[in-house]
Ligand binder design. Structure first.
Ligand code: FES
Length: 160
């Protein structure tokens, strides 16, 4: 498998991640995330190149990347909004939060605004159940959200 779609810097970073673990499978998420941090998502060519560096099959990496919700296999907006879609947040109005975000942004789940600013995604429990409802904007965790107030969420998320 060719590694030509990766930069020398990416290959070095992936090999460094590989050295950190006993098995290449254990380094796979880190390796894919290295690519995603630089490009926003992981396309087929880069996934195959990562597989080549790790000595794993592209099918294995694709199954991992499509299961793990922080990895993207298609382009996303400059900021990804992940609203929590698990039980504590359901009880505290995450369905209303999602609806207000869909209406405010004019997109559905899994879609990106036409200006490329935001992608909206549901996400399994974000680990702050006691502060529900919760969402992440880019890497920023926002808690105790008002389901009827998407603007405050977007403003706080712009503070990154
Ligand atoms: S259920 Fe939403 S953070 Fe856990």
């Amino acid at each position: 498998m060719s590694t030509s779609s990766l930069t020398p810097d990416e290959i070095t970073a992936i090999r460094k991640a590989l050295d950190t673990y006993l098995w290449p499978e254990a380094a796979a998420v880190d390796a894919l995330y290295i690519v995603q941090q630089r490009h926003g998502w992981v396309d087929d060519a880069k996934l195959e190149a990562v597989a080549g560096v790790l000595g794993l099959s592209p099918a294995y990496l694709d199954s991992l990347a499509t299961f793990y919700p922080l990895l993207h296999r298609k382009p996303v907006g400059r900021k990804v909004i992940r609203y929590c879609d698990s039980v504590s947040c359901w009880l505290m109005g995450s369905d209303r939060l999602a609806a207000s975000l869909r209406e405010r942004l004019g997109i559905g789940e899994g879609e990106t605004t036409s200006d490329g600013a935001y992608t909206l995604l549901p996400h399994p429990c974000l680990g702050a159940c006691h502060q529900a409802p919760v969402a992440m904007v880019a890497d920023r965790l926002l808690t105790g959200l008002d389901p009827a107030d998407p603007d405050t969420l977007l403003e706080e998320g712009d503070g990154n």
